[in-house]
Design a protein around this ligand. Structure first.
Ligand code: 4AD
Ligand code: MG
Length: 477
């Protein structure tokens, strides 16, 4: 790995004199000294830093390189680590003399290769999602993304949580927002065979479809993970979730990954404690393990990123009730000039969320006890009968990164809420069973994985922190 040479404390100095082989893709290549020598910057994706390889024309394999080694070509170079006479790097690999060799795996016609050595716009990179992992931006994002997934499992495992796999196909609409993608086999079947869809009383006959009832891609693993929580106490799920919301924003995807812990014998305050500990664990993990990637983001994406992350770790998050937050926002309104006026009962818009986290508290802020009318049926009703024990964690520059709540554990109250919200109690018979047999107070939350990556990298568009973004009109690659 190139990382083991250039991304070390001494930048490879202790390896001088050692024989190494490096494999990777060429970032830049140029001939010098009238073709007697070739300089190649090589990268293998283990680090944003390239290694410089100097190939002597007498080296084995040199002749096969002629005219084929442009940006994007793939090769293996075997040579010796030497101190670099150029000032830019501490060491380079010299391919010269006994035992040294270059192997060209795949050449590139420089005129056709879409990624040149100069930077590209993020929009352009999105249009070549199959090649964009070779760009520094997407390479750094991919390494941070992988590290955050690792940190997630490490955090929950070390705190005694079990990892539970919840289904992606389900009949239950957890959020009750009607934003589900339907799963059906009949449509394609009928089209293929040139047949009509099966109908009863003018409606599609679901009993003839694969699942024999309407089925959808899940919007959240919560309801399924709650069942495991109420047996195993501390659990979490981590998987893809889907929302058919027609949003064209830089913070929404139709397919995104969510981490959903659920804790038994816990209330909304325990929930906020875990959310804060988990977020901080992830940030410090990346600061320890992805230094070079963060330096790239600091340099190219957000000046002050590393300082911002250090600040996030340094202090407790702010915590305010929704009612307090509304009072603050009303006082701030004259100078903040919100597009949507602030009043108790409203759902906070992204402008309000960001104002709280960026201008008022200047750090991640947990808002809790929201009006029941703007929240989902499963959230626990507070004593005031007007609010529920829901919480959102809002982060500067992003807004909501976490949404969670204490769950309603009282069957009679739950049933009232289900009916109030025009949902059918029969659809939730299994969820209601938990409240009939050994019900316990419990709480959990969902963290949007891509929003966590935005938070730790400073990348501004959610479409650039997932390998293959899904949004209206985009399901290619
Ligand atoms: O607030 P949400 O909708 O909460 C739930 O789904 C709960 N069932 C979670 C739970 O309590 N177990 O979504 C949780 C988080 C949001 O805070 C946000 O970070 C992210 O998921 N999110 C999205 N991320 C990207 N694109 C979208 N369309 C998103 N919708 C929600
Ligand atoms: Mg939410």
């Amino acid at each position: 790995e190139i990382k083991r040479i250039v991304a070390t404390e001494d930048k490879g100095a202790s390896l001088v004199g050692q024989k190494v082989s490096v494999c990777g893709w060429v970032k830049t290549a140029r001939e010098a000294d009238k073709g007697k020598i070739m300089f190649v910057q090589l990268n293998d994706g283990s680090t944003p830093l390239d290694i410089q390889v100097v190939i002597d024309s007498a080296a084995k394999g040199f002749d096969s390189l002629k005219g084929k080694v442009g940006t994007g070509a793939s090769m293996k170079c075997t040579g010796e680590v030497v101190a670099s006479p150029g000032g830019k790097q501490a060491v380079e690999v010299l391919v010269k003399g006994e035992g040294s060799e270059v192997i060209l795996f795949g050449g590139v016609d420089a005129k056709e290769y879409p990624l040149s050595k100069k930077g590209h716009s993020h929009e352009f990179l999105r249009s070549i999602a199959h090649l964009r992992p070779r760009s520094n931006l997407i390479g750094c994002v991919a390494r941070v993304r992988s590290a955050l997934a690792h940190a997630t499992h490490e955090f929950f495992r070390s705190n005694g949580f079990l990892y539970v796999h919840t289904p992606l196909i389900t009949a239950a609409d957890c959020e009750g927002a009607g934003e589900m993608f339907q799963v059906t086999t009949m449509m394609a079947e009928a089209e293929k065979q040139g047949k009509q869809l099966p109908m009863v009383n003018g409606k599609f006959d679901y009993t003839k479809d694969f699942f024999q009832k309407p089925a959808f891609l899940t919007v959240s693993g919560q309801l399924s993970v709650e069942n495991y929580c109420c047996s195993l106490s501390k659990v979490y799920t981590f998987g893809p979730t889907f929302r058919a919301e027609n949003s064209h924003t830089s913070r929404h995807l139709a397919e995104f990954w969510m981490i959903e812990p659920e804790l038994a014998f816990a209330d909304i305050h325990d929930d906020m404690n875990v959310a804060e500990d988990y977020l901080k664990y992830c940030v410090s993990f990346v600061m320890q393990n992805n230094r070079q990637d963060l330096e790239f983001f600091e340099d190219k994406i957000e000046k002050g990123l590393i300082k911002r992350l250090e600040n996030l770790l340094a202090e407790p998050f702010a915590r305010v009730t929704y009612t307090e937050a509304i009072d603050i926002l009303i006082k701030e309104s004259p100078k903040a000039k919100f597009q949507v006026p602030v009043e108790w009962g409203m759902d906070l818009g992204s402008e309000h969320e960001r104002h709280l986290a960026e201008k008022v508290f200047k750090k991640p802020t947990a808002v809790y006890n929201y009006p029941k009318d703007i929240k989902a049926f499963y959230m626990r009703l507070n004593e005031d009968n007007k609010t529920v024990a829901a919480m959102d964690v809002l982060a500067p520059a992003i807004g909501e990164v976490i949404g969670g709540s204490q769950r309603e554990e009282r069957l009679d109250v739950l049933d009232r809420r289900i009916t109030e919200m025009d949902l059918n109690p029969q659809d939730y018979w299994w969820y209601r069973d938990l409240r009939r047999y050994g019900s316990v107070p419990h709480a959990g939350f969902g963290l949007g994985f891509e929003r966590l990556i935005m938070l730790t990298t400073g990348v501004e568009n959610i479409r650039d922190v997932i390998p293959y973004p899904r949004y209206p009109g985009h399901a290619e690659f």
